[in-house]
Design a protein around this ligand. Structure first.
Ligand SMILES: C[S@@+](CC[C@H](N)C(=O)[O-])C[C@H]1O[C@@H](n2cnc3c(N)ncnc32)[C@H](O)[C@@H]1O
Length: 422
């Protein structure tokens, strides 16, 4: 098998199973250890195709092929066009693989080194952005409705590799950890806004394999996600994360001084992941795990809640661009309803004075401003306050929230609001 074929297979399986390419690739290479050497090329090809799939379809249409699909053969055609536009397609590869993809090798070879902008010349406005940056049109409409400026810059940066961040355990300074990690070839730099956060400037992939990671001296967490814990300010209160997943934010509440923390999730399997996190961070004694549905709150006496529900993950596309290939408007409607129901239920059950932080790693209007407005219009005893510290931008359509954007803040795309129960 050639790397192009492996990339096509991984892309097609990821879409079919709606699973991350990383997971599919891990499974594939564990079955085929003899192909291990091709991992870096397969990674570049599969990420490149996922990030540019609409543009690649547009180029294929200009050659007379289509309609597009997510079959393995069509994925292979996309891979070959991507390689040709990157000027990396060798004639021998093209001749061998083009017939399998159902395209003409010479047509592919003619594409080598072409400027992708040439192919969108006839398009204008939102259609041009949609094809050039390969985002479905409805996603752009959602982002525009949310009042995001410089959409082109945002889309461009969502198509790049992310900046990697870590959160550092209390009691060890970033400087001390930097000295220890430098021994493994990892360079970290303190963050200017959050004193328990550092940016990985070099060696990010080695970070989870260090003794410092195993000893729980740091957590891999994006700066925007770490900001949520600071906005929640749990000092000396009972902290709850009812959609806790792997307990990344719940563990932050514990590190920030919560009296104790309750981490819930509707899926017991996610709490298994939470157990691992808490064991590594030696926080088991401070955090209780509960299997439960956040739409039916099972607690009423708490000070601080983080509502961090499932979302469309558009702010995480730098990590998993493949999500673009399967996400639909219907998914966003599903998520916004789930978020609304969880947030509403938590706010209704919250005691007076409780702080409820609502955070999502997405930027669509439906999942951010719409949810907050709807909940505020229905619960008179809840108001939103400025979510400090302010690191992101204040959305024009909701200045009491904050939004972080990869092109401006070098973080995931994130939206954070803070409610107080009156
Ligand atoms: C975005 S993740 C949470 C990440 C987590 N807060 C962290 O920082 O590690 C959302 C989680 O919500 C869980 N979930 C989905 N529906 C739920 C529900 N109705 N009640 C509770 N948890 C739910 C999912 O299983 C998933 O683990």
């Amino acid at each position: 098998m050639l790397p192009e074929e492996v990339a096509a297979l991984i892309l097609a399986d990821a879409v079919r199973l709606r699973t991350s390419m990383r997971e599919v690739a891990t499974r594939f290479f564990s079955k085929h250890p003899e192909l291990d050497y091709m991992k870096p090329v397969v990674r570049v090809l599969s990420l490149g195709v996922a990030r540019n799939y609409l543009l690649l379809d547009h180029v294929l249409a200009s050659l007379g092929y289509g309609p597009p699909s997510h079959s393995t053969n069509w994925m292979l055609a996309r891979v070959l066009v991507f390689e040709a536009l990157s000027n990396k397609l060798k004639p021998s590869r093209a001749r061998k693989l083009a017939p399998k993809a159902g395209v003409d090798a010479d047509k592919l070879l003619d594409l080598r080194g072409a400027n992708p902008r040439e192919f969108v010349k006839g398009l204008g406005g939102i259609d041009k952005l949609s094809v050039l940056y390969s985002f479905p049109r409805w996603v752009l409409e959602e982002l525009l409705s949310a009042g995001i400026d410089n959409i082109a810059q945002l889309l461009q940066s969502l198509n790049r590799d992310p900046v990697r961040w870590i959160r550092v355990r209390p009691g060890i300074s970033v400087a001390e950890l930097a000295t220890r990690l430098a021994r493994h070839g990892i360079v970290i730099e303190p963050d200017k806004d959050l004193d328990d956060v550092a940016m990985i400037a070099r060696g990010a992939s080695k970070a989870p394999h260090t003794p410092e990671y195993q000893q729980g001296l740091f957590v891999l967490q994006d700066k925007a996600s770490a900001l949520v814990g600071h906005v929640a300010e749990p000092y000396n209160k009972v902290g709850v994360d009812p959609t806790a997943g792997a307990a990344i934010k719940a563990s932050h509440l514990a590190w920030l001084g919560a009296r104790y923390v309750i981490a819930g999730d509707v899926k017991a399997q996610r709490l298994g992941e939470a157990k691992h996190t808490l064991r590594r961070l030696k926080l088991g004694h401070l955090v209780d795990l509960v299997v439960g549905d956040a739409r039916k709150p099972y607690l009423s006496r708490y000070g601080t809640v983080i509502v961090d529900p499932p979302c469309s993950d558009i702010g995480r596309l730098q990590y998993e661009p493949e999500v673009k290939l399967w996400l639909t408007r219907g998914d966003v409607r599903f998520y916004r309803r789930l978020q609304y129901r969880i947030l509403r239920a938590i706010l209704e059950a919250a005691p007076r004075g409780a702080r409820v932080v609502y955070s999502v790693c997405t930027l669509t209007y439906s999942e951010t401003i719409w949810v907050v407005k709807k909940v505020l219009s229905e619960i008179a005893e809840a108001e939103i306050v400025e979510p400090e510290p302010l690191i992101g931008e204040k959305p024009r359509k909701m200045p009491k929230a904050q939004r972080l954007l990869p092109n401006l803040h070098r973080t995931q795309g994130f939206f954070i609001t803070k409610f107080i129960k009156l």
